[in-house]
Design a binder for this molecule. Structure first.
Ligand code: HEC
Ligand code: HEC
Ligand code: HEC
Ligand code: HEC
Length: 183
C-alpha cells in the first residue's frame, strides 16, 4: 500500500468512526429523552389519559361528589368510568370551546366510549366488590389515595396484605381469604 492510499484509508475510517460515534450518541440521547418525557411521568404520576381530565379540579377545587361521576360504584361489580354524557352535563355550557372539551363532543357525536386507561386493578382470581365496603362507610381515599389532590391518577399496587390488614382490624370481615376473597 503506498502512503497516499494508506492515508485515505485512515481518514475514511476516522469519518466512519466518528459517524458511528455520533449516531450512537444521538440514539442514546433519543432513548433518554423518550424515557424522561414519556416513561418516567407515566411511572411517576400514572398514565396519560385521552382527555386531560383532572380529579384535582373536579373533585378538589369544584368539590363535585365522587358518586356523581362514579354512580354505579356501590352497585356494580365493574363500576367503570363515567360516560361522556356526564361530562357534557356541565361542559355543554362550561368552557365548551376548550380543545380538551371538543374531544369530548367528538366522542359523543361519534358514539365512541372515551378510551380511558384503567389504573386500578386486581388479579383475575381476587373477588372484590365495592358495595359492602361503601355500605360500611369506608372512604374511597382509604384504598385509592387522595384522588381529589391528583391531576392524573396513579394506581396502587394492591397487595393481599393491604386487604388483610384492614380485614383484621374491622369486625365482620372475611379473613378466611381462600373462601372470602379468592375465586
Ligand atoms: C376497600 C377498598 C376500596 C374502596 C373503599 C373503594 N375502592 Fe374503588 N376500587 C378498589 C379496588 C381494589 C379496585 C379494582 C377492582 C378490580 O380490578 O376489579 C377499584 C376500582 C375502582 C374503579 C374502577 C372500576 C372499573 O370498573 O374499572 C373506580 C371508578 C373506583 N374504584 C371508584 C371508587 C370510588 C368513587 C370509591 C368511593 C365511593 C371507591 N372506589 C372506594 C378498592 C376500593
Ligand atoms: C358538575 C360539573 C362538571 C362535570 C360533570 C364535569 N366538569 Fe370538567 N370542569 C368543570 C368546571 C367548573 C371546570 C373549570 C372550568 C374553568 O376552569 O373555568 C372544569 C374543567 C375541565 C377541564 C379543563 C381543565 C383545565 O385543565 O383547565 C377539562 C379537560 C374537563 N373539565 C374535563 C371533564 C371531563 C372529561 C368530564 C367528564 C368525566 C368533566 N369534565 C365533567 C365542571 C364539570
Ligand atoms: C367529574 C367527574 C368525576 C368526579 C367528580 C370524580 N371522578 Fe373519578 N374518574 C373520572 C374519570 C373521567 C376517570 C377516568 C380518567 C382518569 O383516570 O383520570 C376517573 C377515574 C377514577 C378512578 C380510576 C379507576 C381506574 O381503575 O382507572 C378512581 C379510583 C376514581 N376515579 C375515584 C374517584 C374518587 C375517589 C372521586 C372523589 C374524590 C372521584 N373519582 C371523582 C371522573 C370523575
Ligand atoms: C379499609 C378497610 C378495608 C380494606 C382496605 C378492604 N376491605 Fe374488604 N371489607 C371490609 C369490611 C369492613 C367488610 C365487611 C363489610 C360488611 O360488613 O358486610 C369487608 C368485606 C369484604 C368482602 C365480603 C363482602 C363482599 O363484598 O362480598 C370481600 C370479598 C372483601 N372485603 C374483599 C376485599 C379485598 C379483595 C380487598 C383488597 C383489595 C379488601 N376487601 C380491602 C374492609 C376493608
Amino acid at each position: 500500500m503506498d502512503d497516499r492510499r494508506k492515508h485515505r484509508w485512515i481518514s475514511f475510517l476516522k469519518i466512519k468512526g466518528s459517524a458511528l460515534f455520533w449516531t450512537a450518541s444521538c440514539a442514546a440521547l433519543a432513548i433518554f429523552l423518550v424515557l424522561f418525557l414519556y416513561v418516567w411521568p407515566e411511572w411517576k404520576m400514572g398514565p396519560e389519559q385521552p382527555i386531560s381530565f383532572s380529579h384535582q379540579v373536579h373533585a378538589g377545587v369544584k368539590q363535585i361528589n365522587c358518586r356523581f361521576c362514579h354512580s354505579y360504584v356501590d352497585r356494580s361489580q365493574h363500576p367503570g368510568m363515567p360516560p361522556v354524557e356526564k361530562c357534557l352535563y356541565c361542559h355543554k355550557y362550561i368552557i365548551a370551546e376548550h380543545p380538551e372539551i371538543k374531544k369530548e363532543h367528538n366522542y359523543y357525536n361519534t358514539n365512541t366510549p372515551t378510551p380511558w386507561k384503567k389504573v386500578f386493578y386486581l388479579p383475575e382470581h381476587v373477588f372484590f366488590k365495592h358495595q359492602r365496603h361503601i355500605d360500611r362507610e369506608i372512604q374511597c381515599q382509604e384504598c385509592h389515595g387522595e384522588v381529589e389532590k391528583m391531576d392524573r391518577l396513579k394506581g396502587v399496587n394492591f397487595k393481599m396484605g393491604f386487604c388483610i390488614k384492614c380485614h383484621r382490624e374491622k369486625e365482620g370481615t372475611p379473613l378466611g381469604c381462600w373462601l372470602g376473597c379468592h375465586n
